[in-house]
Design a protein around this ligand. Structure first.
Ligand code: PLP
Length: 480
């Protein structure tokens, strides 16, 4: 399997060549040259694999179709080491939970993706990435310093994935005092020598600007081997494909059955993995994109207009991990939608977005395909919807959901069909967003035992001004 860029560069690259990369050299995103096709016999075999040998073995089967430059035994060992009941809480790793019956079996289900170390779905991919990075860096005899900016879930997932890993250090900037107390406690209580928390005196945009400035200092970047783990990384996306298969296999008993997924979305990474699974032949009926008030994606799927927002236009909401101004993985889907036309994708995402801040496919015949051929639907949810949905789900089913999952459950209701199970991806546990859950229910969300008292643990974090030079000096000193 070789990989190409969405902006037309067809230089064939192998999985491990792009594993540690962000953007392709031409500014595009990496995708496989073709999606491997899963036929009926394979899907039947995978049913058994998941049931009898577990999620890790299913992951190995799927990853093997995309990775041919890691020996099979090594890849299997990496999957086995990553997806354990000990780390993810259950043998199924991503168990389905029944919420409501529906006509002819068209019930509503939750797929639990947030029982990993940081209680959000990003662990599903990041835990694998940590083990892949360690493997590949050891093989090359290299080290890597990951520099990131976070306002919550990404940073903690990266730190918990990379802690104690050979050859990797993590420098994670976050806006001082602006993450939830639980998220701060999760990150800052890590004592591992290779994890560095940097609280920046500023807002999230300042943190992102610093990461950009440091990455643009090419001499520094080379000397200190600076890398990233953001959501455009292909390996992260690939890891997420597995749980669409696992969800499907749990909800069905025969391959003639279809399911739909609703995905709380921000950067379009999670639902893009669903698109890949569907392109491989997984019988998915609809892929429903759920947004909050930051409705860049909902607007596109309704109108064909993709319009990135300025910071004044980006709302701070109670589902903050979906507060995006542009959807960084969206280019992958548009490339497929346009029949993999790299020149056109480059024109839309390179030229048009940078000069006009938007593009419009509303009158392009391909736009209709988004819904008809690719199964995409969308909807949006507001703070009031979240409160009502959290309350309704708790009152009627006794199930407590977080604010992001609530956006999913709200939007899913509009697209349920008789005979087709609707699976909503649960992207975080309620304890991570306790204040809003409390607002909806009047009670504190339950807290998994291992997180009791984390706010009182000692902390390892340095405060720095919003200044790239100060961050560079700290990195240099920490690597000495
Ligand atoms: C990151 C995140 C999302 C959005 O996922 P994308 O892949 O960016 O679309 C949704 N919910 C939670 C809890 C998250 O952490």
């Amino acid at each position: 399997m070789n990989y190409l860029s969405t902006r037309g560069d067809k230089t064939p690259r192998k999985f491990c060549e792009i594993l540690l990369e962000g953007l392709a050299p031409d500014g595009g995103l990496y995708l496989p040259e073709a999606y491997p096709q899963v036929d009926d016999a394979t899907l039947t075999r995978w049913r058994k694999v998941y049931r009898d040998q577990g999620y890790a073995e299913l992951a190995f089967e799927i990853l093997s179709l995309y990775i041919d430059d890691i020996a099979a035994d090594d890849l299997r060992a990496i999957c086995q080491k990553t997806y354990t009941a000990e780390v993810f809480g259950t043998g199924e790793i991503v168990p389905l939970r029944h919420l409501e019956d529906g006509k002819d079996g068209g019930g509503l289900w939750l797929e639990a993706l947030s029982n990993g170390p940081t209680l959000a779905f990003k662990d599903m991919a990041m835990q694998l990435l940590g083990n892949l990075f360690e493997y590949e860096l050891a093989r090359r005899g290299e080290t890597l310093n990951i520099l990131g900016a976070t306002s919550g879930d990404t940073g903690s997932a990266a730190e918990y994935a990379m802690r104690g890993k050979q050859g990797v250090r993590v420098f994670m900037t976050s806006p001082k005092g602006r993450m939830s107390p639980f998220q701060q406690a999760q990150m800052f209580s890590l004592m591992d020598a290779n994890i560095f928390n940097i609280a920046i005196e500023g807002v999230f945009d300042d943190c992102q600007d610093i990461v950009k400035a440091v990455s643009n200092d090419l001499a520094f970047k080379r000397q200190y081997k600076i890398g990233t783990v953001n959501s455009i990384n292909w390996a992260r996306l690939l890891a997420q494909v597995v749980y669409y298969f696992a969800g499907y296999l749990q909800a069905t008993t025969a391959n003639a059955e279809k399911v739909s997924f609703t995905v709380p979305s921000g950067n379009f990474g999670n639902v893009c993995a669903g698109h890949v699974a569907r392109m491989m032949g997984l019988p998915i009926d609809q892929l429903v994109v759920a947004t909050n008030e930051n409705d860049v994606l909902d607007e596109f799927f309704r109108t064909g207009v993709y319009r990135v927002r300025g910071s004044a236009d980006t709302h701070e909401t109670s589902s903050p991990s979906m507060d995006i101004s542009k959807a960084s993985n969206f280019e992958r889907f548009v490339f497929d939608l346009l029949g993999r036309d790299g020149a056109r994708t480059r024109d839309l995402f390179g030229a048009q977005l940078s000069t006009q801040g938007k593009f419009d496919l509303g009158t392009d015949p391909a736009f209709q395909d988004a819904a008809t051929r690719y199964g995409f639907k969308s909807g949006k949810s507001t703070h009031a919807d979240r409160l009502a949905t959290i309350k309704d789900t708790y009152d009627r089913h006794g199930v407590m959901i977080d604010t992001h999952t609530a956006d999913g459950v709200k939007v899913a209701q509009a697209y349920r069909r008789p005979g087709v199970p609707m699976i909503v991806l649960e992207t975080a546990l309620p304890i991570k967003f306790a204040a809003t859950v409390q607002e909806a229910l009047g009670i504190e969300p339950e807290r998994p035992p291992k997180f009791i008292g984390i706010e009182d643990l000692p902390r390892r974090v340095i405060d720095l001004p919003a200044d790239a030079a100060a961050v560079q000096a700290f990195i240099a000193k920490s690597c000495a």
